[in-house]
Write a protein that binds this ligand. Structure first.
Ligand SMILES: NC(=O)c1ccc[n+]([C@@H]2O[C@H](COP(=O)([O-])OP(=O)(O)OC[C@H]3O[C@@H](n4cnc5c(N)ncnc54)[C@H](O)[C@@H]3O)[C@@H](O)[C@H]2O)c1
Length: 359
């Protein structure tokens, strides 16, 4: 098993990465926690494959295990679902010593983390991410939250898990489109931090798509190392952590303008990365060749790289103005300087208007 440590003083934790380890979560928790009751939050799709394995494993290790199943989908990343979770936790008398497990993708992880951070002023939680996006990104770093109808992730907390337990074999049941969307986040790490990872993605497409274990372990571990390094330096996004938002400012606005229906998060991110690379080229920060390499890699993994023909630009602009990172009409954009290095650039939104036009 591979291990990556997220160093945050008393909030430090391990990310464990392995093949076929989901049923070993019970013994691991026994060595980690003195809690008695654990609620496992999941959705029907993930629960069908992995619910029993996790529940049985934690029960055999002596814990009381309570399954809590919530509906599947981004539209349920909503405060009303958190209320339902609180209801289940209270009904089963989970107390301050209890813990939650997030078993699922980023939606389950974000909701569970938020519920854990607020239930009885904060209880422990463990991430068992089952999508690639959650394994390389959302399960690490402690950003939790839910959406509001006026904007994505507008309600939330910073709250670190006690453990991230990644079984790469859960990706075998993940729909291909979801796998590719997760790879968008890995491409992001290549652009912002690691030219070697970027080249690995360029040179190993077939192995990655066919879920070769060695290739997957490398790219998941490397992504977690990068996220851990950034988060350890800047837990609450007062500086460096902003670089993880490469592609996201525009990506989030696309998701909001299309009502979270047309694109998966990683797909909207892919378009955002392409547009922000084109902007960096227009401003002279990168060469046309570098911008082209980024677009080619996005295309290679069958991700969208152009703005959709029919998109409400006004709604995109206003959602960017509402972005948590927007201050007095200016937004921080993360723009590449070369593959493996980005800069944080404050810019007025209007600078963007030509870049956002549909292809
Ligand atoms: N907290 C953070 O730092 C952070 C970072 C990036 C993204 N996010 C959030 O993550 C969310 C997106 O996460 P996601 O892409 O994982 O989507 P998701 O959680 O909606 O999962 C995608 C789909 O895959 C299914 N699924 C999950 N694992 C499966 C498996 N192993 N086999 C079969 N089906 C499986 C789910 O049921 C769902 O239908 C967004 O809400 C985004 O805002 C958070």
């Amino acid at each position: 098993m591979e291990k990556v440590r997220v160093n945050l003083q008393e909030r430090s934790y391990d990310i464990c990465i392995g093949s076929n380890i989901i049923e070993k979560i019970g013994p691991k928790l026994k060595s980690l926690s003195s809690c008695r009751k654990i609620a496992v939050i999941s959705n029907p799709a993930v629960n069908r494959f992995y619910g029993k394995k996790v529940l049985n494993s934690i029960k055999s290790s002596g814990f009381d295990a309570i399954p809590v199943i919530i509906p599947d989908g981004e539209k349920y990343k909503d405060i009303s679902i958190v209320q339902k979770i609180y209801g289940e936790l209270l009904k089963h008398r989970l107390d301050r010593k209890s813990a939650l497990i997030a078993l699922g993708g980023g939606v389950i992880g974000d909701i569970t983390g938020f519920a854990a951070s607020t239930y009885m002023r904060g209880i422990d939680y463990i991430q068992i991410p089952t999508t690639l996006l959650a394994q390389v990104d959302s399960s690490v770093g402690g950003k939790t939250g839910v959406n509001h109808k006026l904007g994505k992730n507008m309600i939330g907390t910073f709250y670190q898990p006690k453990l991230v337990w990644i079984d790469i074999d859960t990706l075998r049941t993940l729909p291909k489109r979801e796998l590719l969307a997760g790879l968008a986040e890995v491409i992001k790490y290549g652009v912002i931090w690691d030219a070697k990872l970027f080249a690995f993605l360029e040179n190993n497409r077939d192995k990655i798509i066919s879920l070769d274990r060695k290739a997957l372990t490398y790219l998941i571990k490397r992504s977690c190392e990068i996220k851990a390094a950034v988060v350890s330096k800047d837990e609450r996004e007062s500086g460096l952590r902003a670089i993880l938002n490469y592609g996201h400012t525009i990506g989030h606005a696309i998701e909001t303008a299309t009502g979270y229906r047309k694109y998966l998060h990683g797909e909207a991110l892919a378009i955002g990365m392409r547009i922000e690379a084109r902007l960096a080229e227009r401003l002279g920060f990168i060469t046309g060749r570098t911008a082209q390499r980024i677009k080619a890699l996005i295309d290679e993994y069958c991700l969208p790289s152009e703005m959709p023909a029919k998109i409400n630009l006004k709604s995109m602009m206003s959602s960017m103005q509402l972005d948590k990172k927007s201050v007095a009409g200016e937004l921080k954009f993360i723009l590449p300087e070369r593959i493996g290095k980005v800069r944080i650039q404050k810019m007025a939104l209007k600078v963007l208007s030509t870049d956002l036009r549909p292809a």
